[in-house]
Design a protein around this ligand. Sequence first.
Ligand code: GDP
Length: 331
Amino acid sequence: NLNSNPEGKPRILLMGLRRSGKSSIQKVVFHKMSPNETLFLESTNKIVKDEISNSSFVQFQIWDFPGQVDFFDPNFDCEMIFGGCGALVFVIDAQDDYIDALMKLNLTVTRAYKVNPNIRFEVFIHKVDGLSDDHKIEAQRDIHQRANDELMEEGFDSVNLSFYLTSIYDHSIFEAFSKVVQKLIPQLPTLENLLNIFVSNSGIEKAFLFDVVSKIYIATDSSPVDMQSYELCCDMIDVVVDISCIYGTKEADGAAFDHQSLSLIKLNNSTILYLREVNRFLALVCILREDHFARQGLIDYNFVCFRNAIQEVFEVRMQVQQASNNPNPNV
Ligand code: GDP
């Protein structure tokens, strides 16, 4: 399977020019660093492998490359680096002149595609917090067009790039990472289906299945996602984890989030935020109207069914993975 490394974990590569914001993204999304602290990060000058798998459901590595990677250097093992990679995230600093970055993007994509045509290419047009709305749209249009034109000219018509406007100063970076990660989860349609069933039978307006540590949502029901609801749910996770850290009784492994985690927040606009833990890494966060919560018994019952179904989905995945890790030579 070209999309996974030997341990069967999908791998995401994070690449881009020096100072484009790679280390900041990694620290903010996966290590809870506050955006202001990234001002003092030292620039990356080596490949950083970040194993997030111990604390997060999303099992992947981020390889932070220094901007000046030379693909023609014999020490640079393209086969090894791109071969086992599920998605390549290329970060472009939108506040800077991006001509160099586009050249680098082209070089990277064409090189990686030759080794592994299954890689998903995700371009983060980053640091857009400093840009006006018009400027953002213009930057995205321009980068999209130039990047695609160049690939077409070189005959890479079938390469598909996805573009995202991102900043570490708001939730856009989490939203973008959510989309990137979702593409690497083979069970996504099943998860969405289960969420749809749960939501429609429980009178819930919106439900997100979150990876608690990174606040990436790995699935949601099929009603449209509005940024405000997502932000509200992210904030709820922060509140719950912070309160549990301060006042909660600690599990043996010190985790603030455990199998009994449950929280209910009533907002002053007759809306309720409802969080339930699904497993060690995942939480379900729902938004619903207060009057629908009168039937909490029904919601709780549906939730238990939902949680059981999720467990089954991932048990099947583990069995499949184990089977592929121990192939029987006689079969
Ligand atoms: P790297 O060399 O690609 O790892 O880049 P760094 O992560 O070291 O970031 C370079 C600089 O960009 C740092 O001073 C960050 O604070 C800043 N930066 C990163 N992301 C953003 C962003 O979304 N908006 C703004 N305004 N600055 C950012």
